[in-house]
Design a protein around this ligand. Structure first.
Ligand code: 13P
Length: 251
């Protein structure tokens, strides 16, 4: 039985005071939620204090990225290691978000290193995959997504998929108000993994990301292979994010 998971990716938003008020609001509004795991991913700089101050809540904390240069420490200016994330109370970390692939040119080798370092610190990677609009329009979406999955399998083996979460986020649906009808792609991802290992494919949690809002969450979560969401814009508002979490709780 897969445990559902709703993750809020704050991206580069917020301030010290807005972070506290968002988390205070979520603490109250999600106090009675059960049967769905909720994780928030603030910017690095707010993580440690947030996870300390809100340790008595049901919220799990995650990072938006991690260094792929070294697991613990070293001369990598500006980077934050998996060991530091663990020290800061992180249980999850997003890897390979399309914004990082696009703006920071992250390679498959680097992403595999990130996954490897997170796993050795017992942090669950949330691996993002998804095609761009031009891939979809030219019918290459399945090939692109399969390639992103196999980039990890080729480097780390299929067994790592028993320890990670995959988020399918079509790039054209992020922040645009457009949502994919993604069941087909989630089924495709599960099938691609099942070709390598049936049990892992059955267990792995597959999230959907891309303009998830309170009014479309229920339909998305009702889809057979979707086990939760990776939410951007709507996670910055207590009411919207709580409604999304509750939509997952009631499917
Ligand atoms: P939006 O929900 O704002 O479309 O963002 C999705 C996303 O990129 C989450 O990682």
């Amino acid at each position: 039985m897969r445990r559902s998971l709703v993750v809020g990716n704050w991206k580069m938003n917020g301030s010290k005071s807005s972070a506290i008020s968002l988390l205070t609001g979520l603490k109250a509004s999600l106090a009675d939620v059960s049967g769905v795991e909720v994780c928030v991913c603030p910017p690095y700089i707010y993580l440690s204090e947030a996870s300390d101050s809100f340790a008595d809540t049901k919220l799990a904390f995650g990072a938006q990225d991690v260094s792929g240069n070294a697991e613990a420490g070293g001369a990598y200016t500006g980077e934050v290691s998996a060991a530091m994330l663990s020290d800061a109370g992180c249980q999850y970390a997003i890897v390979g978000h399309s914004e990082r692939r696009e703006y920071f040119g992250e390679s498959a080798d680097l992403l595999a290193k990130k996954v490897e370092f997170l796993l050795s610190e017992k942090i669950t990677p949330i691996l993002c995959v998804g095609e761009k609009l031009e891939d979809r329009e030219s019918g290459l979406h399945e090939r692109v997504v399969n390639g992103q999955l196999m980039d990890i399998v080729d480097r780390l083996g299929v067994d790592v998929f028993s320890q990670i979460v995959v988020a399918y986020e079509p790039v054209w649906a992020i922040g645009t108000g457009l949502t994919a009808t993604p069941q087909q792609m989630h089924a495709f991802i599960r099938k691609a993994i099942s070709a390598l290992d049936l049990a892992i494919a059955d267990e792995i949690r597959l999230l959907y990301g891309g303009s998830v809002k309170p009014d479309n969450a229920k339909d998305l979560f009702a889809m057979q292979d979707i086990d939760g969401a990776l939410v951007g814009g709507a996670c910055l508002d207590v009411e919207s994010f709580s409604l999304i979490v509750k939509a997952q709780e009631t499917v």
